[in-house]
Ligand binder design. Sequence first.
Ligand SMILES: CSC[C@H]1O[C@H](OP(=O)(O)O)[C@H](O)[C@@H]1O
Length: 369
Amino acid sequence: MLATMRLPELSREPLSGSRAFFAVEYEPATNEVLLLDQRLLPTEIRYLRLRKADEVADAIRTMVVRGAPAIGITAAYGLAQLAAQERGDAAVFLMAIGVAGRALDATRPTAVNLAWAIARMARTAADVAKLEPDARATRMIAEAEAIHREDVAACKAMGALGAKDVPMGATVITHCNAGALATGGYGTALGVIRAAHAEGRIAKVLACETRPYLQGARLTSWELHHDGIPVEVITDSMTGHFLSRGEIGFAVVGADRIAANGDVANKIGTYGLAVLCGAHEVPFTVAAPWSTIDRRTPDGSAIPIEERSRDEVAKVGASVLVEDGIPCRHPAFDVTPARLVRAIYTERGVIRTGAGETPDSVVRRPQMP
Ligand SMILES: CSC[C@H]1O[C@H](OP(=O)(O)O)[C@H](O)[C@@H]1O
């Protein structure tokens, strides 16, 4: 694993669409997976060059890269990288992809995009297993790049749809980071915010700090500030105060898994924000690619909630907040019931959960020509 302190040179245009920064890219010339180490933001910009699938799995597990779509794309590149390294026959190739896929799948349980991307790469592996090694690798890399490109396109499509619902001159609140740092580029909730800002709809964004891992304070404010979008950081405990004073007009967050009935798993603290938005009649909305929707999960009660390390609650950097030996709980996600969600913006259309729609409503809707 090598590191560089500046945007790495790439042999082609970044698929993220940004020359400023990216969460994940693949470098075909060296067969490396490039990751911005988000654990160090905002104080240090450091890119890691990963050369083995087990390094990629560790990077997802330790949140070098995080965010539902971004970890799916990263896992896809990890499998493509392995495909370029594995020279054995079809059986050996499929065994290697299967072992690595299971290791990647075990890194984080809640974001369904991870399992979705691994399953898609496994199907490709089965299709190409009997080809010559170079041809196999080419197809696997192309599939991972397609997953990446599709995610960026989905972010822009859902962004445009969600922006239409943002009231002119709104102060918009968002929780955690559902931006370019959490996706292949542009962002889901921050995609809605970027599109609404481009249309002159946003007065400012309130970014919840998002304890305990602080993705809002460390990542969302960093992204929006660098994009010239006015942003203020508030502590999670301040949301009720600003809602009660009528200072927030719209809420949009990301998602890690959306159940068949429209229940939404997202970063811990999302449910409380949704309840407060409901109490103050502020639209609470979600933006997510279709790969986040898991129609095999009937409702939110069936979504596995990742429990992360005590230390992510008990410590911030070198500061110890909780004395050793005192237990801490750390569910990394919670579930917001569909009844509290006004709308879910996806690249396939808007699920008007506030009007009783579910993901199936979009599937059944005649697609625009
Ligand atoms: C665009 S989905 C981002 C989603 O993922 C985050 O979780 P984590 O930072 O633990 O990967 C958070 O739930 C975001 O809304």
